[in-house]
Design a protein around this ligand. Structure first.
Ligand code: AMP
Length: 290
């Protein structure tokens, strides 16, 4: 029988537990989340469970990463259900700090990645990735993970965390896992709950447009503009969504690629009303091409 799941809300208690476990030679996996858990989150937890002696899941709706006009207050929260789901997948520790304990009066430090944070979501959400990097580094210090698990769903976030870990020599292995989707292809997201039935139906088009792009590249298309325009046209024709961006970038630099090559991230962000959804695919173009 596994131990019952432990719930820790004090950062100091979390760090003490983690240091004790690491000193005892145990590996720790961490899955940082904002809760309202779905199968996408649980895929990360299952992998974390399988690869480490101990699995910690954090639930923290991080105020630092929300802009003033964003959905911090109405972000979906359902801690009872989340706890139940995490028990079912045999999580060892659920860490649920409060904003007051994570950011006590006088907190004044930020982690600010300066290059990769500027494009894509960073352009429309200034300060967002600094909020993410700051909380993730703090979570790493509190949970002392051997490995930390992130979804490709938030590809730019994952890329920035990889950069932070490399730049600041943080001793943690970053694992990035594939996007888990609904039957119609819509990427699972806590924010899908905001969609009304019409928007929910239309939202399936995001993935269909990305699959079109993937197929076009597989069939030899190499123009970034053609791919971006094709996605825009498909979303425009079939949905009421307002496009924030559609972009084809190099996954390493997150810079646009006029001629597609290497590891290409094709990313979209749209608004259905006030609900902002993101999705992406990563396409690998063989290096043998000239
Ligand atoms: P969030 O709670 O939205 O901050 O997400 C927590 C983690 O789960 C992040 O690393 C996300 O990239 C990941 N995640 C969210 N949705 C999915 C999904 N549909 N498939 C895989 N991972 C996901």
């Amino acid at each position: 029988m596994p131990e019952p799941m432990r719930i820790i809300d004090e950062p100091a208690a979390m760090q003490q537990w983690a240091l004790d476990q690491r000193r005892a030679g145990k590996s720790i996996g961490l899955v940082p989340t904002m809760g309202a858990l779905h199968d996408g989150h649980l895929s990360l937890v299952k992998r974390c469970r399988a690869e480490n002696d101990l699995c910690v899941v954090s639930i923290f709706v991080n105020p630092l990463q929300f802009g003033p006009s964003e959905d911090l207050d109405r972000y979906p929260r359902d801690l009872d259900r989340d706890e139940e789901l995490l028990r079912l997948v045999e999580t060892d520790v659920l860490f649920v700090p409060t904003p007051e304990t994570m950011y006590p009066a006088g907190f004044s430090t930020r982690v600010d990645e300066k290059v990769l944070s500027k494009s894509l979501c960073g352009a429309s959400r200034p300060g967002h990735f600094s909020g993410v990097a700051t909380v993730v580094l703090k979570l790493f210090n509190l949970v002392q993970p051997t490995r930390a698990y992130f979804g490709q769903k938030d590809a730019q976030q994952a890329r920035i965390i990889l950069q932070m870990v490399r730049d600041l020599a943080v001793p943690v292995e970053i694992v990035i896992l594939p996007i888990v989707r609904e039957p119609d292809g819509l990427a699972m997201s806590s924010r899908n709950a905001y969609l009304d039935p019409d928007q929910r139906r239309e939202a399936g088009m995001l993935y269909r447009a990305l699959v079109w792009a993937q197929d076009a590249i597989d069939n030899g298309e190499r123009s970034g503009d053609t791919i971006v325009q094709g996605i825009r046209d498909r979303i425009g024709a079939a949905t009421t969504a307002r496009i924030d961006y559609v972009s084809a970038v190099d996954f390493e630099t997150l810079q646009e690629q006029p001629v597609l090559h290497g590891k290409v991230l094709i990313a979209v962000a749209v608004f259905f009303g006030t609900t902002r959804l993101i999705d992406n695919v990563i396409v690998r173009i063989p290096p043998t091409e000239d």
